[in-house]
Design a protein around this ligand. Structure first.
Ligand code: HEM
Length: 87
């Protein structure tokens, strides 16, 4: 459901297209309102400032290489992500 809201065609044009410059202020990946995720700032920082930079430093040629399997309904997400490590 959160994934569907993040593809609301009234708000996000061409939602299935990955666009790193997209304005994501209206996205509800961490919920909204009084129950907004208490761990949002920590999660964003751990992923964007630490995990992904370390991954791309270690494997500069990493790329998705195969079908990505998604599972779930409310909290839908990938459960496997085949990659090639490049050279
Ligand atoms: C990428 C990681 C995370 C995602 C995508 C995420 C997503 C969400 C979402 C969508 C909600 C709202 C649920 C609802 O409206 O029913 C939520 C609530 C919550 N999250 Fe997260 N979360 C993440 C990480 C974390 C972490 C690391 C913590 C704690 C350290 C945390 C603590 C909480 C708490 C306590 C709530 C409930 C807040 C409330 O009901 O007032 N989350 N999260």
């Amino acid at each position: 459901m959160f994934g569907s809201a993040n593809r609301d065609e009234a708000i996000f044009g061409d939602a299935d297209q990955f666009d790193v410059h997209r304005d994501t202020n209206a996205a509800v990946s961490f919920g909204a309102g009084p129950h907004f995720c208490a761990g949002a700032a920590a999660s964003r920082s751990l992923i964007a400032d630490i995990a992904l930079p370390k991954l791309f430093e270690s494997f500069p040629g990493i790329a998705i290489d195969g079908p990505v399997k998604f599972v779930g309904w409310a909290f839908r997400g990938p459960v496997s992500l085949p990659v090639s490590l490049g050279h």
